[in-house]
Design a protein around this ligand. Structure first.
Ligand SMILES: Nc1nc2c(ncn2[C@@H]2O[C@H](COP(=O)(O)OP(=O)(O)O)[C@@H](O)[C@H]2O)c(=O)[nH]1
Ligand SMILES: [Mg+2]
Length: 467
């Protein structure tokens, strides 16, 4: 296949010869004719052999509502039962599920990854439904970029999971695109090759289908959604590809069921009123899709993914990191220069931040110091106040004590005088009332003496007023 393609490409290469000659002249390259066989003509064969040995990988992303026929179509496309189980309609978020399979046709091995959007279109709020898909595609680009940037990289053995094509399944409503479809395709078109397909095309009549296709395409154009165009720069396939571009979006029917039509078993969907044959071009565009996707443009889809979508991701990512190809005044800048400039910038930034942090620290310390000083002042004032109160209380107590002592002295004197008086003149006399009063005065005196003593022993802490 590859060799026949090369043979067919030969005439188109002839037109390039003139251009090549002009370029060679500019670059000061001389064309020489060899006098005998050398052998590098086998280079394309070497390339084919190496590719066959290495095998190929192809990654398909299926975006569409649950139950729209994604799994059935993929099974039908690869004539295999991939055993993708039915998914529920009740997932709270959109989730991407990738599954890789090894397929072989003749001696060509294909590592096929099918990525399914589980739960797409099932939530009430579908505003962010496209985000997990965008994130998934970016994550695969990032993984490849990381491998590319490694010092010891092994891109030959690296499992390239970048999405090569997105089959976008549109409901056969016959009306127009849903907002969810427009929003999702708009967010994906710069990241992946989108091939829109009208799913379950057996659910729409032939005349309605034509109008629906026209409507869909005009809506995509008016909303600026870029879908994948089959390439027309290669003369060998330009004709078929441009004819197929006019058929987009393909209206497809999927089925793994075999039905007997005439004397042949064909893949079809059988209804009470008739049979829809999957591989009949009068019934649907399944054959067109398979031809375009697998037989004719699989390599272009892989190439577009690498040269267009991945390149864009890589460029944005490296620019984000500060790498540029040209500096001011359009002068070329080497990676080393960019690295040095970036390092310088980062060092400057770090110093500036360090300085800022130092100043902030000093400021904070000053603020804390002021707060502490204020607290100290308040404490000192409180202490002084308490000391004064304490001193005043002590003075009051001293005063009370002095008064008490005076009273005690006076009382002692009085008592002594009365005893003398009693012993001299009134021995055995005196009314009972007099005797009681004296006894009472004696008791009061005892109590007062006790109070004063206990006050002294407790360091003046007893309530002087109470006593
Ligand atoms: N009418 C019709 N039904 C289909 C078609 N393809 C699949 N189905 C049916 O739609 C249902 C869901 O299909 P499935 O492939 O599991 O959908 P998925 O959830 O998108 O993977 C199944 O009952 C299929 O038989 C189709 O082209 N036409
Ligand atoms: Mg499915």
């Amino acid at each position: 296949m590859f060799q026949t393609n090369l043979a067919m490409k030969a005439p188109c290469m002839a037109s390039q010869v003139c251009e090549d000659e002009q370029r060679q002249k500019k670059q000061n390259i001389r064309s020489l004719t060899m006098s005998g066989h050398v052998g590098f003509e086998s280079l394309p064969d070497q390339l084919v052999n190496r590719s066959i040995q290495q095998g190929f990988c192809f990654n398909i992303l299926c975006v569409g509502e649950t139950g729209i026929g994604k799994s059935t179509l993929i099974d039908t496309l690869f004539n295999t039962n991939f055993e993708d189980h039915d998914s529920s309609h009740f997932y709270p978020h959109v989730r991407l599920k990738a599954q890789t399979y090894e397929l072989q046709e003749s001696n060509v091995r294909l590592k096929l990854t099918i990525v399914n959007t589980v739960g797409f279109g099932d939530q009430i709020n579908k505003e962010e439904s496209y985000q997990p898909i965008v994130d998934y595609i970016d994550a695969q680009f990032e993984a490849y970029l990381q491998e590319e940037l490694k010092i010891k990289r092994s891109l030959c053995t690296f499992h390239d999971s970048r999405v090569h094509v997105c089959l976008y399944f549109i409901s056969p409503t016959g009306h127009s695109l849903k907002t969810l479809d427009l929003l999702t395709m708009k967010n994906l078109d710069s990241k992946v090759n989108i091939i829109p397909v009208i799913a379950k095309a057996d659910a729409i009549s032939k005349s309605e289908l034509q109008k629906f296709k026209i409507k869909l395409m005009s809506e995509l154009v008016s909303n600026g959604v870029q879908i994948y165009q089959f390439p027309t720069d290669d003369e060998t396939i330009a004709k078929i590809n441009s004819a197929m571009n006019a058929h987009l979006p393909f209206a497809v029917v999927g089925s793994m069921d075999e039905v007997k039509v005439g004397n042949k078993m064909v893949k079809a969907r059988q209804y009470p009123w008739g049979v829809v044959q999957v591989e009949n071009e009068n019934h649907c565009d399944f054959i067109k899709l398979r031809e375009m996707l697998i037989c004719t443009n699989m390599e272009d889809l892989r190439e577009q993914t690498h040269t267009r979508h991945y390149e864009l991701y890589r460029r944005c990512k490296l620019e984000e990191l500060g790498f540029k190809d040209v500096g001011p005044e359009n002068k070329p800048v080497s990676v080393q220069e960019t690295y040095e400039a970036k390092r310088h910038e980062i060092c400057g930034e770090r110093q500036r931040r360090e300085e800022e942090m130092k100043q902030m620290f000093v400021q904070r310390v000053k603020e804390k110091e002021a707060i502490l000083k204020e607290a100290e002042r308040e404490l000192q004032a409180k202490f002084e106040h308490l000391r004064r109160v304490h001193q005043e209380e002590r003075m009051k107590l001293e005063e009370k004590r002095r008064l008490l002592e005076e009273e005690i002295t006076a009382f002692s004197k009085k008592k002594a005088t009365s005893e003398i008086y009693q012993s001299q003149s009134f021995v055995g006399t005196g009314s009972k009332k007099d005797k009681d009063r004296k006894k009472d005065q004696g008791c009061r005196f005892e109590v007062l003496c006790f109070d004063v003593r206990s006050h002294e022993t407790s360091g003046g802490q007893t309530d002087a007023e109470g006593s």
